[in-house]
Design a protein around this ligand. Structure first.
Ligand SMILES: Nc1ncnc2c1ncn2[C@@H]1O[C@H](COP(=O)(O)OP(=O)(O)OP(=O)(O)O)[C@@H](O)[C@H]1O
Length: 307
């Protein structure tokens, strides 16, 4: 079966800077896929090339088998892209703007019920007759999401859709996206919020400095991390055994977080050392690695954790 997106040897140079260094992967139909990377990794450049807004220096991309350059119109019609920045025409009201947008894709009255459904699902119904310039930033963002989906595209790309948006919109958006995904839509998400990617995405690519550093299922990505974490709150005045001191990765509100290599440091060996030195402990917690740990390991940079 043709992949939803096929990215083959895509390079992009800006002068001497190689923003993308031969990126190559496929996203299968019906996947919920995450594209993660620190600032400047090349995510927006890749999305802009997919959208036909930026020309690749080499390589090609196809959407459900349609090349984004030689078959631009078909490829673009199959895509719904929710951009980062708010771009809209201030003179129309919400409904008119969505109907006009549908017209750009050659859709007419047959999609009006879908527009009404989106207005309701995205909590825009009360605002449907309000002009775009009178909407708050959060409301404009909701319209932008509806605008990208107005032609019912089978492949949806969300470029940092929840950066700076309130918790309520984030929830509304994810419920809506989960529902579209359950009906067969392919969803590609770029985000800085690693918790969000961990929760939503089935497969994740981590991109850094224009290269794909990892591409696996979310479960594989989490499982291959060779560490576990043990958080110890020592009693006042207690001192960690000298052998354990190099394992301290963080001090979180007075608790020491030890990073244990699964193959080397068992929990029982740690507790044997604590017993040996008679270290009094007030509290113990363990934690499996999350996407944040993997991300830091692969890129050496921190992402953000969703509120
Ligand atoms: N028009 C441009 N001219 C020159 N350099 C550019 C241009 N657009 C992007 N770059 C550079 O290309 C690299 C990749 O940028 P890009 O915006 O794709 O990263 P990103 O992963 O989307 O980052 P962010 O998460 O901050 O949006 C960066 O070093 C950036 O400075």
């Amino acid at each position: 079966m043709t992949a939803a997106l096929t990215i083959s040897g895509v390079r992009k140079t800006y002068g001497k800077l190689e923003a993308l260094k031969g990126v190559e992967f496929q996203i299968q139909r019906g996947e919920f896929f995450g594209l993660l990377g620190p600032n400047g990794a090349g995510k927006s450049t890749l999305i802009n090339i997919i959208a036909g807004l930026v020309q690749a220096s080499a390589g090609n991309i196809s959407v459900l088998g349609h090349d984004t350059v030689s078959d631009f119109r078909t490829a673009r019609r199959l895509l719904g892209i929710v951009p980062q920045e708010l771009v809209f025409d201030p003179f129309f009201n919400v409904t008119d703007m969505l109907r006009i947008q549908a017209g750009y894709y050659g859709c007419g009255e047959e999609v009006w019920p879908w527009i009404d459904e989106m207005l309701q699902r995205l909590d825009l119904w009360e605002k449907r007759k309000v002009s775009m310039r009178a909407l708050s930033g959060g409301m404009k963002r909701r319209v932008l999401i509806a605008q990208a989906l107005v032609h019912k595209p089978p492949v949806v790309i969300l470029d940092e859709p929840t950066a700076g948006v309130d918790v309520e919109l984030r929830r509304t958006l994810w419920t809506f996206m989960r529902d579209l995904h359950s009906k067969g839509t392919t969803v590609v998400l770029t985000t800085h919020y690693l918790e969000e990617a961990q929760e939503m995405c089935e497969r994740i690519a981590i991109i850094d400095k224009g290269e794909i550093k990892a591409l696996e299922t979310t479960q594989q990505l989490l499982a291959r991390h060779p560490f576990r974490f043990l958080r110890l709150k020592l009693a006042e005045g207690a001192v960690l055994p000298v052998e354990l001191q190099p394992l301290v990765a963080a001090n979180i509100n007075g608790s020491l977080e030890l990073k244990l290599e699964t193959s080397k440091n068992s929990f029982s060996s740690v507790f044997a050392l604590l017993r040996r030195d008679g270290v009094a402990i007030e509290d113990v917690q363990t934690r499996d690695p999350d996407l944040e740990d993997i991300f830091v390991e692969l890129t050496g940079r921190k992402g953000e954790v969703a509120a």
